[in-house]
Design a binder for this molecule. Structure first.
Ligand code: PMP
Length: 290
């Protein structure tokens, strides 16, 4: 595997960053997770745009233009002969002193890794997930806005550990007001009376690119889509529930906190959106091999 670090390629064993990089010392940096399907990078522009918005929010100056990062991302896929895979784009604050002040970091580092994708086991997609609400609440906007895809994922990791402790793969995270925000690495949707609902971004969710795509697909096929605040009660009384994320795609949820959702099987609307999403991944994206 060839890994891109600041304009050069390194093999896996030599792809290293400094122990003084504030990405490591403080989680000071940002990232994107992107998918390639059938020799195309899916939703590349959306991911690069989000990377630049995250950078702006933390006053991080990416030392490459968005056109250069776009080209480099496609090139890393080509160098690694990727047709279907997962791309991790990371920008760290860079090397500085041991103090947390980012002023000591002179140059952010850009890292691009293209690898195979690790999905949930096929059974999860067939049967659906059993998830739980966890005690760790989603970060406050006023503290660390969940819209920033930062390298500081401890909030999500704590929730993931609590889910694992409860015997589950994923956790529903509530915000400080008790409304549903999202899951640890995915956005959450419910279907109720034929309409699609997902928490508003202001409830503390990432501006998910899969979330946006699913909302567009739903609207195109005539489904009503809305973004109200949702409570756990709304989840329990939903007809269907599913999660969305670049890595996971669309994952049906069949049980939440011991309550069976709908029929206890992945629902019809979920299945239709899964099919439409897969169809889209077959035909759209930035070509890797021109
Ligand atoms: N929420 C969180 C916390 C995430 O890390 C992610 C990305 N894995 C998502 C939602 C889904 O976003 P996207 O569809 O853009 O991958």
């Amino acid at each position: 595997m060839k890994i891109f670090i600041d304009g050069k390629y390194y093999d896996e064993r030599n792809a290293k960053i400094s122990v003084f990089d504030h990405g490591l010392l403080y989680g000071d940096g940002i990232f994107e997770g992107i998918r390639a399907y059938h020799g195309r990078v899916f939703k590349l522009k959306e991911h690069i745009d989000r990377l630049f918005y995250s950078a702006k929010a933390i006053l991080l100056e990416i030392p490459m233009s968005s056109a250069q990062i776009t080209r480099a991302t496609v090139e890393v896929c080509r160098e690694n002969k990727i047709r279907d895979g997962y791309i991790r784009l990371v920008v760290t604050r860079g090397v500085g002193t041991l103090g947390l002040n980012p002023k000591s970091c002179k140059r952010p580092s850009v890292i691009i890794i293209a690898d195979k994708i690790q999905l949930y086991p096929a059974g999860v997609y067939q049967r659906g997930l059993d998830i739980i609400t966890v005690p760790t609440t989603r970060n406050l906007h006023s503290a660390l806005n969940p819209a920033i895809k930062s390298l500081n994922y401890l909030n999500n990791i704590l929730a993931k550990i609590e889910a694992n402790n409860g015997g589950c793969e994923e956790a529903v995270m509530l915000n400080a007001e008790g409304f549903v925000a999202e899951c640890t690495g995915d956005n959450l949707f419910i279907v109720k009376n034929g309409a699609l609902l997902t928490p508003p971004l202001s409830a503390g969710a990432l501006y998910g690119i899969t979330r946006r795509t699913v909302m567009e697909l739903a609207e195109e096929s005539g489904l009503k889509v809305s973004e109200p605040n949702l409570t756990r009660y709304d989840l329990f009384s939903a007809d269907e529930c599913f999660l969305t994320g670049t890595g996971a795609e669309i994952v049906p949820v069949v049980k939440i906190d011991g309550r069976v959702i709908g029929t206890g099987k992945p629902g019809r609307v979920t299945r239709r959106l899964e099919d439409e999403y897969h169809a889209l991944t077959k035909v759209s994206g930035e070509p890797i091999y021109k």
